[in-house]
Design a protein around this ligand. Structure first.
Ligand code: UD1
Ligand code: MG
Length: 457
């Protein structure tokens, strides 16, 4: 079936109380409009036309691709007027599917059903709402056939009691649409050109009109306020959580789970509460993620445990590692198997070999660390001279004591031991002990300073 998509996205979204155009507000970390474009692509639309107005260039730049064309609607005189602006961009595809840039959760399957229902006529996605206030109502005759749509503001009291509403999503025959649009008039309560008026024109032309009731009313909900945006965010996160649970992932609480990107999980992965996954995250078999972790663009090997309160970004973590609690892993980090990173340790742009450990309070930056290395508490790689970054190399089996500074560029060769409190600023040979000679004194006559007037302790 050949069809194209027009996404209406020119509206202002006054009730968002925001400088950001409504369709650019993020849901699961991605602009509302981008969700709609993704769905249109899933359907394999032959062209996607975005009608934009408010936020002009910002909206254009938010979504990209060869399949996208844009139509500017300025000023915004209604949904019918919006489609008129898209006309010059429409292809010869026989069907045109109209989507809203602020209705992000409509599912591709639902739209496939709508396209199939259209045949050579119109198909309107409708919903039965307990509270239909504010929406356009679907008018049907005695034979239950759709005869028109009336906007809330133009409706009679009897029409306002109708609970079947227009979601705004519809499929139209392109050639007919081109004939109907110029006939729209704006003699209505809002002085707008309503796309919904084409339905009555279609009925007059004996073009069949089908109303398809959405199975899940929630997927047709639009975002008009931040309250609705927050509600749809939760709905979206719940869908993702349920998908993971069904695939065999343990989620301590599906209501306290946020995925803003792609999350791949192996078998028997466990995720505790309040974790956030961004970008592309891959968790291998048996990985467990403790409470309150943020993971962005990371791949984690089998059996690795991330303890609570860790922040991982742009890293590859091997199998059987133990990270945290309170660890920060920054971009460009690669940890081999069985590495231990403990509390208040920051690792940046560094590789660490198998079974190496930095268990407490350390900064490992721009470093190449070998296998079986122990990095003591308070160790700092001094990688920045104020202008440039330099690398630190720590070879296999090195033992670094507590409170050591490694002034890069520097290399600690295989098997060496670096004494506590040492500043290493020259390369060291393999084995042996590296230390800065220091002396220790004891002054027996030394008086601790006292506050004036206080003689007794
Ligand atoms: C519209 C429908 C109504 C339906 C409701 C569903 C019409 C006349 N009414 O009403 O039947 O129940 O949606 O939410 O179609 N837009 C433009 N240009 C414009 C006006 C709107 O691009 O000039 C876009 C908006 O950005 C939005 C969509 O069209 O994505 C709907 O606009 P909105 O103003 O919310 O229409 P409603 O009055 O809610
Ligand atoms: Mg609306």
């Amino acid at each position: 079936m050949r069809f194209q998509v027009v996404i209406l996205a020119a509206g202002k979204g006054k009730r968002m109380n925001s400088d950001l155009p409504k369709v650019l507000h993020p849901l699961a970390g991605k602009p509302l409009l981008a969700h709609v474009v993704t769905t249109a692509r899933e359907l394999a639309a032959e062209r996607i036309c975005v009608v934009h107005g408010h936020g002009g260039e910002l909206v254009r730049r938010a979504v990209t691709g060869d399949d996208l064309v844009f139509a500017l609607q300025e000023p915004q005189l209604g949904t019918g007027h919006a489609l008129q602006q898209a006309l010059p961009q429409l292809s010869a595809a026989p069907l045109t599917l109209v989507l809203y840039g602020d209705v992000p959760l409509v599912r591709a399957d639902t739209l496939r059903g709508l396209l199939a229902a259209a045949g050579k006529g119109i198909a309107i996605l409708t919903a039965e709402l307990a509270d239909p206030g504010g929406y356009g109502r679907i008018l049907r005759n005695k034979a239950k056939r759709v005869t028109g749509i009336v906007e809330q503001k133009d409706a009679t009291a009897a029409q306002r009691r109708i609970r079947e509403i227009n979601t705004g999503i519809m499929v139209l025959p392109t050639a007919k649409l081109k004939q109907w649009l110029p006939k729209l008039r704006n003699k209505n309560a809002q002085g707008e050109y309503y796309l919904t008026d084409v339905v009555a024109l279609a009925v007059k032309d004996r073009v069949p009109v089908t109303g398809v009731v959405a199975a899940e009313a929630a997927e047709t909900e639009g975002v008009n306020s931040r309250v609705q945006l927050a509600q749809l965010e939760r709905l979206y996160q719940k869908r993702q959580a349920v998908r993971l649970l069904e695939a065999g992932v343990t989620l301590a609480d599906p209501a306290r789970f946020d995925q803003r990107g792609m999350l791949g999980c192996g078998r028997d992965v466990a995720i505790d509460v309040n974790c956030l996954f961004e970008g592309t995250v891959e968790l291998a078999d048996g990985v467990s993620i403790g409470a309150n972790c943020v993971l962005k663009d990371v791949a984690i090997g089998p059996g690795t445990r991330i303890e609570p309160f860790c922040h991982l970004d742009g890293a590859r973590i091997g199998a059987g590692c133990r990270i945290g609690p309170y660890a920060r892993i920054r971009p460009g980090t690669q940890l081999a198997a069985e590495v231990h990173i403990g509390n208040f340790v920051e690792v940046k742009a560094s590789e660490m070999g198998e079974a190496s450990k930095a268990n407490h309070l350390a900064y490992v930056g721009d470093s190449t660390v070998g296998r079986n290395v122990n990095i003591g508490a308070g160790t700092i790689t001094c990688n920045y001279d104020g202008a440039n970054k330099h690398r630190t190399v720590i070879e296999d089996d090195v033992h670094i004591g507590s409170d050591v500074q490694l002034v890069a560029p520097v290399r600690v060769a295989r098997g060496a031991t670096v004494g506590a409190g040492t500043t290493v600023w020259r390369d060291t040979p393999p084995g042996g002990l590296v230390l800065n000679p220091k002396s220790q004194e004891h002054r027996a006559d030394w008086q601790r300073p006292r506050k004036p007037g206080k003689n007794k302790s």
